[in-house]
Structure formats: C-alpha cells, structure tokens
Write a protein that binds this ligand. Sequence first.
Ligand SMILES: [Fe+2]
Length: 255
Amino acid sequence: MVDIHCHILPVLDDGAKTSEEAVEMARIAVSDGITDIIATPHTYDGFYLQRTEIVLKSVTNLQQALDLEEIPLRIHPGSEVHVHSELLEHLYSGQILSLGNGMKHVLLEFPSAYFPLVSNRVVSHLLARGVTPVIAHPERIEVFRLNPSLLREWTEQGAIGQVTAGSLLGLFGRTARGCAIDFVKQRLVHVIASDGHHVRSRRPELSEAYKALTTMIPEEEVEMFRHNAQAILHGEALQILSPLTKSKQKRWFFF
Ligand SMILES: [Fe+2]
C-alpha cells in the first residue's frame, strides 16, 4: 500500500518529534503493509514554512536510517500546503513540493472554519496547469461538511478528495465518520491516506480503513482507491467516477 499523506519527517512540523519516532512510525507502517510513504509536512499554515531543500534532505536522512535498520519502506518528498494566494508561484518556483515531487498532484489543506477567498482561484489555476488538487480530509473540515456542494463542484472539475483512514474508523468522532462514509458513497473522495503523526495516536496505518471501505462500496471502487494512491506516487492518471447526485445533500454538524 501507498500512503500519500503522512507527517513522518522528524522535527519539521507537529508530526514525528524525533528521528527515533520517525523510524518507529516506519516500522508500524511496514507491519501494516505499507511500502511507500509520501512525507507531507505542513507548510504555509501560519505555523510551519518548509524549505524544499530541507524537506529533501530530511527525506534522504530518514531513508538512510531506514535502510540501515533494514526497514523495507520508501520515503518520498511532498508537502501538505495550506491554501494561500501565492501557492502557484511558490509551486512553480520550487518553494513548495508537490506529492512525490512530480508536479502532477498537490495536497491542499483548508482551514476548518472559514473559506479563503483565493480557494476557487487556486483550484482552477492548478487544474488549468494540469495539476490535480488533492483536498486533504474534507470530512474533517467544517466548510466542506456544511457545504459538500463545494467539494462536488471541484471534483466535477477534476480535483479529488483524500479521506483520512482514522475518519472511516471513528477515530475523529461520529461526525467525521458519518461524513467520511457519506463522501465515500457519493464519490466525493477518491484516495485514502493515514495523515499519520505519531506512534500512539494518529498512526501511519491504512489496512483497517481499506477493510472498512469494502463494506461501503463495491470492490472495483475500492481498487480505484488503491490505484489512485499508486498513481499519485508515480505521477500517473487517476481513476475517478463522477460524483453521485443526491436529491438532498446532508449537511454534517458537530454534535
Ligand atoms: Fe496532515
């Protein structure tokens, strides 16, 4: 399995706190059946501002540590980019990393409680340049829970949604779980990732979430989720079904 969203690089953000924890996260991932992780430290979110060369160096360092320990896991560069007005300039000037550094897919993080005015412009400009916006965990973002039509419009234009494994399993509460399942069934999300941060909570694991997925949608659609993670890693074409239309869209509130 490929995990396209994980905060495994040590020290850079609120993920792994030490190199030792990063190596331990790698062991957890491997024992879950994960072969590749795209490391996605937060950037431009108001707290963290990654420098590309430091992320690349960190990937190299962690890979060397894993190779030394004979842990069979490949680490690839990436980032989780907070939506901001200069995103395209930063992407094309190399100041932020696309997923796998292939300039095909960019992981976008939205603030939970408000909608940045530049959002539509950023998404449409990326699509116009042939870059797929990957919307990080919309089931955990209040803006998308209250207005799923936003997500629907973007997925109809070519963006995709990334559901977090723990959301499907109820680790982020009932609202996130219900919304995640709803988005899966409506084809508003298209790839699973762990969004792993640590070894105890928010672990880098996917297998239980894939199992849960098989109870929600047909096996061939589950295969599309698997394919899309591989495709993002290799910069290849995604497999996307059109969102299902719903006569009345449920809005997910906190409770
Ligand atoms: Fe994340």
